[in-house]
Design a protein around this ligand. Structure first.
Ligand SMILES: Cc1cc2nc3c(=O)[nH]c(=O)nc-3n(C[C@H](O)[C@H](O)[C@H](O)COP(=O)(O)O)c2cc1C
Length: 191
């Protein structure tokens, strides 16, 4: 058993998609995007923009432009399509920091959601051209990621199935800390 104690949102977060039919209120959406808005970004460029899809008919169209392995998204209470204009980039040494900034913003939203009992799953398996057309997103924007959100189903069968899927796909697996972190120099072990 680990003696490390993390924030509950970090401990509990998992990309579980066994969502119930409960919808996300307007007030909750506002809180989630406030969390996203407060994220840091390089030179404070704030590149991330969001399109929320919560109406059933729009959700259906969006799901048609997802990769077939992402059909679970149909059950989401809402889908967040995160887009950014590369013009808002702080490109340094050939590195596009707008994507990094978008990730920070989404992660901020995800932990806020987790703290409110909402689980999320991000995906990049979609047809960008089709998705832009469906949602009327101007050409100059790139779709960075799409996240499904919802309240988890409390049915024991659904919870068990989600747990089995989670273990089978080895989602819980992470590299050991020693593999990720060096001390003093690359590969260094002395703290
Ligand atoms: C950028 C990104 C893209 C992802 N794309 C997909 C996807 O297309 N389909 C999917 O089912 N899961 C997708 N995931 C979810 C990952 O598979 C999941 O985060 C990973 O297995 C770790 O599991 P955890 O989030 O429960 O810790 C994506 C996650 C990220 C961060």
């Amino acid at each position: 058993m680990s003696i490390i104690q993390l924030l509950p949102e970090i401990e509990e977060r998992s990309s579980i998609t066994n969502w119930s039919s409960k919808s996300i209120s307007e007030e909750t959406w506002e809180i989630l995007f406030e969390a996203a808005r407060r994220a840091p970004s390089s030179w404070n460029r704030q590149p991330a923009r969001y399109v929320v899809v919560s109406e059933e008919n729009v959700k259906k169209s969006v799901c048609n432009a997802l990769h077939r392995t992402n059909k679970w998204a149909e059950k989401a209470a809402g889908l967040i399509v995160q887009v950014a204009d590369p013009v808002d980039d702080d490109r340094l040494d050939g590195k596009d920091y707008y994507l990094y900034d978008c990730g920070l913003s989404m992660m901020s939203l995800i932990y806020q959601a987790q703290s409110m009992g909402i689980t999320t799953r991000q995906m990049i398996g979609f047809d960008e051209k089709d998705m832009k057309q469906i949602l009327g997103i101007p050409d100059r924007y790139r779709i960075v990621v799409i996240a499904g959100l919802g309240y988890p189903s409390e049915s024991p069968v659904s919870m068990k199935l989600a747990q089995i899927k989670h273990v089978m796909t080895e989602q819980h697996k992470r590299y050991r800390l020693e593999h990720l972190v060096s001390w003093q120099k690359w590969g260094g072990k002395s703290k």
